[in-house]
Design a protein around this ligand. Structure first.
Ligand SMILES: [Zn+2]
Length: 259
């Protein structure tokens, strides 16, 4: 019977690995740890306090967060903001420092409209490939530019390409950041993606607690956005910022520490 037992365990571990993290970033030691399976089943891994890593919001309430990466974009950023404002939808924008430096007025517009601003690094580099002091510098420079443009500091960050590892999480947490992942990707970074595809993909995949990853530099996203908002509302979802999502999870946020 031992081989059957081993086979069942391996199968369970494979399923657990898939369920624990669709992005394949959970370390193997956790994939094979039944305690982690229970934590996942109970929803306690949605915010990983040990690493200050937000994977997903509370799955028991119909709240979802729209997030927009890679701005500020001088053409489409204001259009995204206008649609959200007209429909009274809060959202979180992950801004790239060097683009904030280029287009500070767009960052100011987003801040002035009441949107949540977050750190998407200065240069949009692959953070796991950098040394710890370089990762810290990417975050500090971006924060400085956002502060210079808007008077606001950041405490939420999303690594470019959502590429992270233990080294990066150690640095970001030490700097007082919460790292924000995603659960629904619209694939709108591909310039050939149509508005219809983006809308259908988001409406099909969104579940309570979803973090929806969109970009603000593609016309198809702008074209799809009104239907995404209306469609999700028709499904009974409410929109929240990432901060509100974290508060709902009763996360103990680390205090921002900036030099
Ligand atoms: Zn990005």
């Amino acid at each position: 019977m031992a081989p059957i037992g081993a086979a069942i365990f391996v199968l369970a571990a494979a399923l657990a690995g898939w369920a624990l993290d669709p992005h394949r970033k959970v370390p193997l030691r956790k994939v094979f740890d039944p305690i982690e399976w229970v934590r996942h089943w109970q929803g306690r891994d949605r915010y990983d306090a040990e690493n200050a890593l937000l994977q997903e919001g509370d799955g028991t309430v119909p709240e979802v967060a729209l997030t927009f990466d890679d701005g500020p974009d001088p053409t489409y950023g204001p259009q995204v903001a206008a649609i959200l404002t007209a429909k009274h939808v809060p959202a979180t924008f992950f801004l790239v420092g060097m683009r904030v430096k280029q287009y500070p007025e767009v960052a100011r517009l987003l801040a002035g409209d009441g949107f949540e601003l977050a750190n998407h690094t200065y240069n949009h580099q692959d953070l796991p490939a950098l040394k710890p002091h370089e990762i810290a510098s990417e975050l500090r420079l971006c924060d400085q530019d956002i502060f210079a443009a808007t008077g606001r500091h950041t405490y939420l960050m999303r690594p470019p390409g959502v590429q992270y590892n233990d080294k990066m999480l150690h640095v970001t947490k030490a700097l007082g950041y919460v790292t924000v992942s995603w659960t629904v990707g619209a694939k709108d970074y591909d310039k050939d993606t149509s508005a219809g595809f983006i809308k259908e993909r988001v409406l099909d995949r969104t579940a309570p607690g979803a973090i929806i990853l969109l970009h603000q530099d593609t016309p198809a996203t702008v074209a799809a956005l009104p239907a995404i908002i209306d469609g999700l509302r028709a499904q009974g979802f409410r929109f929240v910022t990432i901060s509100q999502m974290l508060a709902r999870l009763h996360a103990k946020l680390p205090a921002p520490q900036h030099p």
